[in-house]
Design a protein around this ligand. Structure first.
Ligand SMILES: [Zn+2]
Length: 412
């Protein structure tokens, strides 16, 4: 789940050019000297936008875009006054309803967080086109538009993040994370934020929609996601002051009745929907509508498609690739990689408070999970789950931070 700032991280002003979709720095305040370089921007199509910090995850920071006006001549572009996007209809169209995603430097992780090697934006974009779209189609994908970014702009964003840290308005667990100043690209993505008073949004990671194919002979009482969550909670329990992750069982996402109702309630709570002033008057209808969509609407269609792909792409589990076999199975490993990528996606559902309005679904966080750098860790996790008895519910000394069992397999 992404974090949002609790206060205001300084805005960064940028010049946006439709000529190749370049974002270059125009200053960090409306009165500062700008530093855009001469060679990179065409005078003909240039507008100024403010980048407003909006949220961040482990690998990216997301900015919303606001038309702005910087009353300064850009260095090296004498006479080129920056307009706003409203003065540049083409730019306005390209930026309308978009957010900007900039990539973080990924350094070795601390604690129990997973270390992930850096994946450049161009590679993220290529994988979306060549890996994901042919399998999943484009209807449910967040639309993406790759643009070039001036390194000076990323530097300015990093300074603003540091200022936000000093002012204690940036999420604590993201402290020290910085954007990659050597990354030449960024992605413009659909802005899935709800319209205040009209719609709201829930986001969730569906994780493993089928059980792991690995422990074939075990008498399973937990699915892969529930087994891993329970193991991680037990590890956390050994550290003072850590609380267990509640979570949900993904197998229940495509079920019905009380199990599904509990999950919907969990999503509404986790996304703060129940705190909204409209909840009191609209809560029942909203819950009913979601339940309907999860059992016979677009949500269950999407989840079923994801589950089908996971099963087709990973029929034997990562342990079947251990040892010498991996050298001969690159195609199958690419499939496993795609299955693992899909298992880490985020689903955004934006729907109106009034039941007659639309319910829109989009998938995001589909960054490639390169098997070359991850297979060993996937296998180690699988081994730990099997050997520790976490699938069977036969683990030892796991009761320190174990919440109530919620797995569909446990209940059946
Ligand atoms: Zn489960």
């Amino acid at each position: 789940m992404n974090d949002n700032a609790s206060g205001s991280i300084p805005e960064v002003y940028a010049a946006f050019s439709d000529d190749g979709g370049l974002l270059a720095i125009a200053g960090t305040t409306t009165t500062s000297n700008s530093t855009t370089s001469k060679s990179t921007i065409s005078k003909s199509s240039l507008a100024c936008i403010a980048l407003e910090y909006f949220s961040e995850g482990g690998a990216n920071v997301v900015y919303s875009l606001r038309p702005a006006l910087v009353e300064k001549t850009i260095h090296g572009l004498a006479g080129a006054r920056l307009g706003t996007t409203t003065e540049s209809p083409n730019l306005a169209r390209r930026l309308q309803g978009k957010v900007l995603r900039l990539r973080k430097v990924q350094e070795p992780a601390q604690g129990d967080a997973e270390t992930t090697p850096y994946v450049p934006t161009a590679e993220v974009e290529r994988y979306l086109h060549e890996g994901i779209e042919p399998r999943l189609g484009t209807d449910y994908l967040v639309k993406h538009d790759m643009i070039k970014v001036d390194p000076k702009l990323i530097k300015a964003c990093n300074s603003a993040l540091a200022t936000g840290e000093e002012a204690k308005v940036r999420p604590k667990r993201r402290k020290g994370d910085r954007l990659n100043e050597n990354e030449p690209h960024a992605l413009l993505l659909d802005d899935m934020r709800p319209e205040p008073g009209v719609s709201f949004m829930i986001e969730f990671k569906p994780k493993w929609l089928s059980d792991s194919p690995n422990p074939q002979r075990l008498k399973r009482r937990r699915c892969r996601t529930c087994a891993l969550r329970t193991m991680r909670n037990a590890e956390k329990g050994k550290k003072a002051g850590r609380s267990p992750t509640a979570g949900f069982c993904p197998l229940a996402l495509t079920s019905s009745g009380a199990a599904l109702e509990k999950i919907i309630d969990h999503f509404l709570f986790a996304n703060g929907v129940q705190d909204h002033p409209l909840w009191k008057s609209h809560g029942d209808r909203v819950t009913e509508r979601l339940a309907q969509d999860f059992t016979s609407g677009s949500t269950v269609t999407l989840l079923s498609r994801l589950r089908e792909l996971e099963n087709d792409l990973d029929p034997h589990g990562c342990l079947s690739f251990e040892g010498h076999q991996q050298l001969q199975n690159e195609g199958a490993l690419d499939d496993l990689e795609l299955a693992m990528t899909l298992r880490d996606c985020t689903i955004f559902a934006r729907l109106t408070w009034e039941p007659s309005g639309p319910l829109e679904l989009r998938l995001a966080d589909l960054d490639r999970k390169d098997w070359r750098t991850r297979l060993e860790r996937w296998c180690a996790t699988e081994r730990a789950l099997i050997d520790g008895g976490w699938y069977e519910g036969a683990e030892k000394n796991a009761d320190i931070l174990r919440p109530r069992e919620i797995c569909q397999l446990w209940a059946s």
